[in-house]
Design a protein around this ligand. Sequence first.
Ligand SMILES: [Zn+2]
Ligand SMILES: [Zn+2]
Length: 244
Amino acid sequence: MKHQMKTRILLLAAAAVLFACSAARVTGGTMLIQSIAVGQLAVNCYIVSDGNSREALIIDPGDEPERIAAFVGEHGLKPKYIVFTHAHYDHICAAGDLHKLYGVPIIMHEAETGTYQSSKEFCVSRGFSREDFPADFQTVREGGRITVASLVLEIIHTPGHTPGSMGLSGGKALFTGDTLFKGTVGRTDLPGGNTQQLMGSLKKLTALPPDTRVLCGHGEETTLGRELKSNPYLNEKFKLKLYQ
Ligand SMILES: [Zn+2]
Ligand SMILES: [Zn+2]
């Protein structure tokens, strides 16, 4: 009984709403970035919206579609796209329900479709409906753009954690998925992972200005400058060792 109670409290704590809100000006409008930590692995589902039109994109809806939809409703947002930084199940399981609810396209990198197919089956085994996940998703590639009202996010292909991981960059913000975290980087030991590719991807990301906000797939946000100084995976010694 005691154990059950403890488990329930832990689950409730995991399900607690963690909202963070910030705004950055982009050309002609204001980009609002809001996040909800969803699922047992506390994936950061980001809701990025244009302050004027309230049009929005939903990045990495990993679980708890009802909480995401409630948040969208409370803020009067109008979702236009669902976007995956990558298609591991913890980042996509609520996408089918939200796609059905809003009738908006799902976007992922063209090299991520294999990961999507296998993760989708895992979501189905966890009670999500296979029929809600569309087969006609849209794909993007390096240098592509996703535009919602005044918001423009550029695609940076960042393979390594998965073959089609991608960063989304715009308005001095960078959504890194599971490629770069505060103080660490994404694992490369899962199917499709590749450490050499991850290092190349980190090099690409860290070429952006140091004051760029880094919004990670899990955990707290950081900046590129801070990570360049303190993240052990980005220091020269580590890179030299890896490339020897
Ligand atoms: Zn992942
Ligand atoms: Zn993840």
